[in-house]
Design a binder for this molecule. Structure first.
Ligand SMILES: NC(=O)c1ccc[n+]([C@@H]2O[C@H](COP(=O)([O-])OP(=O)(O)OC[C@H]3O[C@@H](n4cnc5c(N)ncnc54)[C@H](O)[C@@H]3O)[C@@H](O)[C@H]2O)c1
Ligand SMILES: [Zn+2]
Length: 354
């Protein structure tokens, strides 16, 4: 099976390793970037049963002194309470500034562990071992960490790049189809953004057989945008394709509609609006829709444009009277467009017309 390594020049610079059976190799890989130390592995209750044991063994074999912290699986654990439990456990186990945290799991685990690493003793190193497709292609790279507050998602966090990312593609074999599809939506997003090649693979339904290469191509795209704009002030915002409307759908559903599924619908609506404005090449929306359906994703929502607009306004990415949206030009090319906030209503309405 193929192995890939992508270098990200953000933070102190780090490699993203992508390949088969890497959970069993993680100790060796981590020892290339940090000396022998105590390693606090944070994981959720589902991933614990599947992958904690081989990770602990690999760390022990490589001379680390690993401990583990397990929290209940699910977005509802991404909060300040669990964060504080993680920090207390680091302290109880005597972690020092030269020790490391390891996030083993999906985006929830990565986000909360990264945050804990960022604030424990004013910052220790951490490593990401993503086990969902979404975490592999998106959340494990780029250094955004977070927990949710009662008034919204990801409202508290720090920027902290990991020291290494280790993606074992074999872990995807245990993902429920819906969770795999959620990650596929973000990967298809990279295709629409900058790579018709990635899009083609999803369009043809040849995903599982080339997953390692696909993940490496997605990570390389995210890496380039993060390198250019680490703190999300300019080109990194392209990664928000489908997210303004996507977040509104998630919000209206009370966060029961999965993130990737919501982004899928958001991408279709932006492309539809773009075609109707004469900005997007004709036929783009049709291709996006067919590709999403082929990959088990939805393409429309019944929510009213007015409700979507109001929910979108609560998004933190708004600045003053303006909002920046991402509109496809064609498959493989998108542009940032800064519009007046009320114009977003027209875009959503155009996108909702079928
Ligand atoms: N930091 C960022 O840049 C960034 C980017 C995108 C998303 N996110 C965040 O990521 C989170 C969503 O990530 P997610 O979808 O990975 O959620 P998640 O971590 O909750 O994982 C989804 C589910 O899959 C289970 N799971 C994980 N790996 C598994 C495996 N290999 N086999 C079987 N089950 C497994 C988990 O236990 C969980 O139930 C959100 O909180 C979102 O805000 C962060
Ligand atoms: Zn996303």
């Amino acid at each position: 099976m193929d192995e890939f390594s992508v270098n990200i020049n953000a933070g102190n610079g780090y490699a993203v390793h992508i390949g088969s059976n890497l959970t069993a190799e993680c100790g060796k890989i981590i020892s290339q970037v940090v000396g022998k130390c105590r390693a606090a592995v944070v994981t959720d209750s589902n991933v614990e049963k599947l992958y904690l044991q081989p990770v602990m063994k690999s760390l022990e074999d490589a001379g680390f002194d690993p401990i583990s912290f397990v929290f209940p699986a699910g977005e509802s654990s991404k909060n300040l309470h669990v964060l504080s439990e993680i920090l207390e456990s680091f302290a109880d186990n005597g972690l020092t500034r030269s020790d490391i945290a390891i996030a083993l799991g999906g985006g929830v685990t990565g986000d909360i562990t990264g945050f804990a690493a960022g604030v424990y003793m004013r910052g220790i190193k951490y490593v990401q071992i993503p086990t969902t497709l979404l975490a592999a292609v998106d959340s494990s790279v780029g250094g955004k960490t977070a927990v949710d507050l009662s008034s919204g998602k990801n409202l508290a966090g720090v920027f902290l790049q990991p020291s290494s990312v280790i993606c074992d593609i074999n872990t995807f074999s245990t993902l429920a189809p819906d969770i795999f599809a959620d990650g596929a939506a973000e990967a298809i997003k990279y295709g629409v953004l900058t790579s018709e090649r990635i899009f083609d693979v999803f369009e043809r339904g040849e995903v599982r057989e080339s997953i390692a290469q696909l993940v490496s191509e997605c990570v390389a795209i995210k890496g380039r945008l993060v390198e250019e704009d680490e703190h999300d002030n300019s080109v990194r915002r392209l990664l928000n394709l489908g997210h303004t409307i996507g977040h509104a759908i998630e919000n209206l559903s009370g966060y029961t509609f999965p993130h990737g599924h919501a982004v899928a619908v958001g991408m279709v609506m932006m492309s539809q609006a773009g075609e109707r404005m004469g900005f997007t090449e004709n036929g783009t929306t049709d291709r996006i829709e067919k590709c999403l359906i082929r990959n088990g994703l939805p393409t429309y929502t019944d929510y009213d444009p007015e409700d979507l607009y109001n929910a979108a306004l609560s998004d933190k990415k708004r600045s003053g009277d303006n909002i920046t949206i991402v509109v496809p030009k064609r498959i493989g090319q998108c542009e940032l467009m800064t519009i007046k906030v009320p114009e977003l209503f027209d875009i959503i309405s155009l996108g909702a017309q079928r």
